[in-house]
Write a protein that binds this ligand. Structure first.
Ligand SMILES: Cc1cc2nc3c(=O)[nH]c(=O)nc-3n(C[C@H](O)[C@H](O)[C@H](O)COP(=O)(O)O)c2cc1C
Length: 164
């Protein structure tokens, strides 16, 4: 699948807005992910407001790409009612990767910015987005049309593989 090998983290974006239909496709891809017992423990905040984007860029020392991004999708975990709560971060990782691959497919650029499990960052995101205490901010994804991007890569390393 070519998108897997073309995808790179994009941290610089043009000013062009991401169309609403493309945002829906990103969310559809995210929600198509596998999850433990199909518990689908995800919720999303779609942020376009410039003041909120700027404030989110301070939720982590590595979230500066948001300063120049037209869109952020915050991926958050449900804090209650999960059958397999111990798997919530794995479930949200799968859903985040699906979203990144769909962004690549749509000609968009994106970067995953880690929030969980660092409580300080999680609390900062809750504060900016007005989320309930039980909500679990997992990551922030800056999305937009790429202003610059690296070439894709194939990191295949046979020394990491044990054939049995
Ligand atoms: C769990 C996780 C957390 C990450 N956090 C950040 C981050 O806070 N800021 C950032 O610019 N990139 C972040 N990245 C992106 C990585 O730096 C990037 O994926 C890695 O350097 C490989 O480059 P590539 O995505 O272009 O293949 C994160 C990636 C993952 C999977």
């Amino acid at each position: 699948m070519k998108e897997i090998f073309q995808r790179v983290s994009v941290r610089k974006f043009t000013a062009q807005e991401v169309e609403a239909d493309k945002v829906e496709l990103l969310l559809r891809a995210a929600m198509a992910a596998p999850s433990a017992g199909n518990q689908q423990p995800w919720t999303f905040c779609v942020v376009r407001d410039r003041a909120l984007l700027d404030r989110l860029s301070e939720a982590s020392p590595y979230a500066k790409p948001l300063l120049g991004a037209p869109l952020c999708i915050a991926v958050t975990g449900l804090g209650h009612g999960l059958r397999f709560p111990e798997y919530w971060q794995q479930d949200l990782g799968a859903c985040t990767q699906n979203l990144l691959l769909e962004a690549e497919h749509l000609g968009l650029g994106a970067v995953w910015m880690g929030i969980a499990p660092l409580e300080e960052r999680m609390q900062a995101v809750r504060g900016v987005l007005g989320l309930e205490e039980e909500s679990k901010p997992f990551c922030l994804i800056a999305v937009g049309y790429p202003a610059e991007r690296a070439a894709g890569h194939d990191r295949y390393d046979p020394s990491r593989v044990k054939m049995m």
